[in-house]
Design a protein. Structure first.
Length: 255
């Protein structure tokens, strides 16, 4: 899998810079004045209960939603004014199944390629590379709706990676998947990071969060803690990340 630059070559550069971000719906602040950076090549975790503001933040970072206040920069560019330029650099996999269930694997991948104006020959070559990378065994004429949950998620990931983005947003990518499928999917995420990709991921599973370089904990639209898994356990005097989450949410504020 190609990449223009590796994390090792630019280890301290931020690919995402968020300052005082607020996103409102009808006077309600779904995201309330958050600031954070994401380093190039890291797996950055976003954790919080349903309604904490995780998906709203991702959709704003992708340019789908506009902020009420604050700034969001990707690759040093303001997202709200550079959507067309940034589109090829970003891959997004939503928490809901993003493929067309009545189309085959091959048809879904072909459609994904058309969204990025990729020539058919490039789509075919890239798909073969990705299917080998994710170790997809199902025939490409399999209807997406007939795939088991884990396979559907890996095909959706393939569609998100088809145009070789540098920054990949994964919103609850393993929700509802079997434990073995979750482990396999996270092996793919770690492999992506090892190839220089930046992965921004939300999850409800604390056993998955341990793979993140850093974790932001969100509660009611605000970031209440941001650190590595080891640092969070130290901050909250916790034995594991489940205990961190319980203590952090109970505290209801930053530490």
């Amino acid at each position: 899998m190609s990449t223009t630059e590796t994390a090792a070559s630019r280890p301290n550069e931020n690919i995402i810079e968020v300052r005082d971000l607020t996103v409102s719906f009808g006077g309600f602040n779904a995201v309330d004045g958050i600031s954070f950076d994401v380093k190039r090549g890291e797996i950055f975790g976003f954790l919080g209960a349903n309604g904490a503001g995780k998906t709203t933040t991702i959709r704003t970072l992708c340019g789908i939603l506009n902020p009420a206040r604050g700034s969001v920069k990707v690759e040093g560019r303001d997202v709200s004014s550079s959507t067309a330029v940034l589109k090829p650099l970003i891959g997004y996999m939503s928490q809901k199944f993003t493929l067309y269930r009545d189309l085959s694997i091959a048809e879904n991948i072909s459609f994904a390629g058309s969204l990025y104006d990729m020539p058919p020959a490039r789509v075919k070559a890239r798909a073969a590379e990705l299917f080998d990378f994710i170790k997809l065994r199902e025939p490409q004429d399999t209807i997406a709706g007939d795939l088991p949950g884990g396979a559907r998620q890996t095909v959706a990931l393939c569609a998100a990676l088809l145009h070789d983005p540098q920054l990949i947003f994964l919103d609850e990518p393993t929700a509802g998947a079997a434990p073995r499928s979750r482990e396999d999917f996270w092996a793919l995420i770690r492999a992506l990071a090892s190839r220089g990709k930046t992965v921004f991921v939300t999850t409800h599973y604390m056993d998955e969060a341990r793979y993140c370089a850093r974790i932001a904990l969100m509660d009611r639209g605000r970031i209440i803690a941001l650190a590595s898994p080891r640092e969070l356990k130290k901050i909250y005097n916790a034995q594991n990340l489940d205990e961190v989450f319980i203590k952090a949410m109970g505290a209801g504020g930053a530490r």
